[in-house]
Design a protein around this ligand. Sequence first.
Ligand code: ADP
Ligand code: MG
Length: 383
Amino acid sequence: MKIELTQKFIELYHKNPDSVYFTPGRVNLIGEHIDYNGGLVMPCAITLGTWLAISPNNNGEYNMSSLNFENNLTVEASKTHDKNGSHWANYPIGIINEFLKDGKDIPGLDFLFFGNIPIGSGLSSSASIEIATAFALNDYFNLGYDRVDLVKMAKRVENDFIGLNSGIMDQFAVAFGEKDKAIVLDCETLKYKMVDVDLGNYVLAIINTNKPRELADSKYNERVAECQTALTLLNKEITLHYLCELTAEKLALHSHLIEDEIILNRATHVIKENDRVHQAAKALNSVDLEEFGRLMYASHQSLRVLYEVSGKELDTVVDYCLTDEHVIGARMTGAGFGGCAIALLEKGFEEDFAKKLTDYYVNQIGYPAAIYISEIGNGPIKL
Ligand code: ADP
Ligand code: MG
């Protein structure tokens, strides 16, 4: 990939890139919709990601190009810029703005990006391009930021510049990922633990439903509000800051406070999903992948029935996986309503899986899903 990107860089800018960087995308292995309830998530970096080639120029410009998009953008260097409509280059420009606002000097540069992450599918190509830019500039100009600084900076860009109200998990996972390790992360305190993931005879299959996540934003906000309602009701008898402070037994003791069955279902998902993250970490520590797979299926079932954030496309993928003897676990990953599912698939059956899943999926949904085989990869690196 580095060679192809270098070649394209030469075609575009008529010189060699000075430096080339890679930054991964991410999946959340388990722990869904609990980050905003004080729970733990378990993301990992994947081997799909974003490459960035850069070189200085003497034109006093930032030239932004991406092999994934046709529209380039050139802006004046060394000054901050407003958001440019929905241009993809808002992501790197947002990051540069942050460095400039912090008093750093970023002279004219030529940029070329390429990502092999499916864009807009919940594998966080956005966090990947943000961290790619932040990591590269920090390294190239020796700016002295640590990784947590870059993660917080990228989140600010996503929230305040791009305007998406997302948590910090994506940027953290992308920046802190390590090969064959999952990150057990408290998104509130940023306390984290790396857990070894020995996939043994299995690979991580990522299945993009190709369904746009249209509902995701509005339903996300609705779920946040429902959890807040549950918390307020429970606080009539006990003092809680987050739902995840409760165990399932404790919830049962106080569940009479929540008369609305839907609200109780939401709280039940949150509390049991948080418990599943703890169980999943234990399963990984004892290299019990079968148990990990069972927890993935249980997570999906809860997101489907209790939390109602799945949908026909994601359910179709998981329903197929349940019938395939070479799959030991599968679930939707990310906010839901489309986007991607993940599955633990026995090595050597990748083609068989792709063919059978495609047949099943097309038959039910009418168009194909895209299937990627990935490994758990490293965070950002200079190549
Ligand atoms: P996701 O993060 O789930 O992939 P988002 O909608 O949050 O989806 O982010 C996708 C956006 O990030 C793209 O529309 C584009 O603006 C930007 N982006 C991601 N990867 C690239 C890339 N390789 N080149 C240019 N822009 C990119
Ligand atoms: Mg994103």
